[in-house]
Design a protein around this ligand. Structure first.
Ligand code: LMR
Length: 404
């Protein structure tokens, strides 16, 4: 039996982690998966997370009961304030529904499932995804019967944003279309709209009655500032754009394995929000019953205790600043030392976990096969995989493949 099951290819990102692990070349470099590493290439448990874990372990009232179907209430309400802002009118007026999810992926899935069932589709169920986007977005929407289509985003000529292409697809898409937007630190390109561009995008979305499906996996990671990285989401909420937000704490709290995230749906009225919440509860119940408690307890402690919150902001700065310093160093090595052909300013202009190098698939393959440098075939590198020990090796390897 099962002989007719077609063999699926391995996941394009996690297969790199496995190949890297199996490689015994001493200078191997993993720039595949977006997971933070410290300067010694080690996973980093945030000091604030260590502290919060200690507090939880010593809490005599801690039990292992089920959480409510929609999650730990202290967590979901603090998470909503973190992304929408403490002053958010949608929160104050009870128009926001927040449901705890299995990290950002689970939030994307639950949001997609909800839209698939309840969005007021005018035509076929379709979602507009940036070209390119996180590969998993395609699978997540297809799984719930929503067809992914692309809108122009990245301009290979400038290694920057194709803003006019993006804007014209908002103008020409059928009224009421759903657009997935990366809230900050666009994955995979590291190219974000400026705040003036976000304003124009919001105008176009409002004009056409489109729906904004925000994916926010890197709040704080992009600039080191939680508020700045939430500014597009908050601006859209203030403008009254119909929207939902998928939120992950994998990267900004280093809680990759705990799977702690949240889906926030903003409604026009409290009554609408209550209806949405009732349906999200039904969907959640059939899929996971109740979300896991540990990560939500940790994040809720960090978000609701003033001194832990300050400490978390410092930890986020540590990660963001290390990545920013790697961008500067890589840029310096390529331009000032190696004089690598081409313009490399995008390395310092891009933001967040990833950089889109602009190299082609053949050059990527050469890096993997020839230099034991692991990266996705689209030329994306995880900046977090670079450190003071391996950056020169990487820059030299990149220089070599660029020269051909
Ligand atoms: C990535 O894009 O590398 C990360 O978001 C990890 C993942 O789940 O793919």
């Amino acid at each position: 039996s099962w002989s007719s099951v077609p063999l699926a290819p391995p996941d394009s990102i996690f297969k790199l982690s496995a190949a890297y692990k199996a490689d015994d070349y001493p200078q191997k470099v993993n720039l595949g998966v977006g997971a933070y590493r410290d300067d010694n290439n080690k996973p980093w448990v945030l000091p604030v997370v260590k502290k919060a874990t200690g507090l939880l372990l010593n809490d005599p009232s801690l039990d292992h009961e089920y959480l409510p179907i929609t999650g730990l209430p202290e967590f979901t309400s603090a998470a909503a304030k973190l992304i929408l802002g403490a002053e958010s009118a949608a929160i104050r007026e009870g128009r926001t529904v927040s449901v705890q999810t299995i990290s950002g992926t689970g939030a994307n899935h639950l949001g997609a499932l909800f839209l698939s069932r309840f969005y007021n589709w005018n035509g076929p169920k379709q979602i507009y995804l940036s070209d390119p986007t996180w590969a998993n977005h395609y699978a997540i929407f297809k799984n719930v019967g929503i067809e992914p289509i692309n809108y122009p985003y990245y301009d290979a000529k400038t290694i920057g944003l194709n803003f006019n292409g993006f804007l014209s697809s908002l103008d020409s898409a059928p009224e009421g279309s759903v657009f997935l937007l990366h809230a900050c630190a666009h994955n995979p390109t590291g190219v974000d709209p400026t705040s003036e561009q976000w304003e124009k995008l919001a105008d176009a979305i409002m004009k056409r009655n489109h729906f904004a499906f925000f994916d926010c996996a890197y709040q704080g990671f992009a600039s080191g500032d939680l508020d700045r990285d939430a500014s597009a989401v908050r601006y859209f909420e203030q403008r009254g754009v119909p929207m939902l937000v998928c939120q992950s704490f994998a990267k900004n709290a280093g809680l990759y394995g705990e799977r702690v995230g949240c889906l926030h749906v903003v409604g026009a009225t409290k009554d609408a929000a209550d209806r949405v919440k009732s349906q999200l509860s039904v969907l959640q119940r059939s899929e996971i019953s109740n979300p896991p408690s540990h990560g939500a307890r940790l994040v809720s402690l960090i978000l609701t205790d003033a001194s832990l919150f300050e400490e978390w902001k410092r930890d986020i700065q540590t990660m963001a600043q290390r990545i920013i310093s790697m961008r500067k160093e890589l840029h310096r090595l390529l331009t000032e030392e190696l004089h690598t052909p081409g313009n490399w300013d995008h390395i310092v202009n891009q933001i967040g976990m990833f950089s889109f190098t602009g190299i082609n698939p053949a050059q990527c393959e050469e890096l993997v096969k020839g230099a034991h440098v692991y990266l996705t075939g689209n030329g994306r590198i995880s900046m977090a995989g670079l450190n003071t020990h391996n950056i020169r090796y990487f820059a030299e390897s990149l220089d070599k493949v660029v020269r051909g």
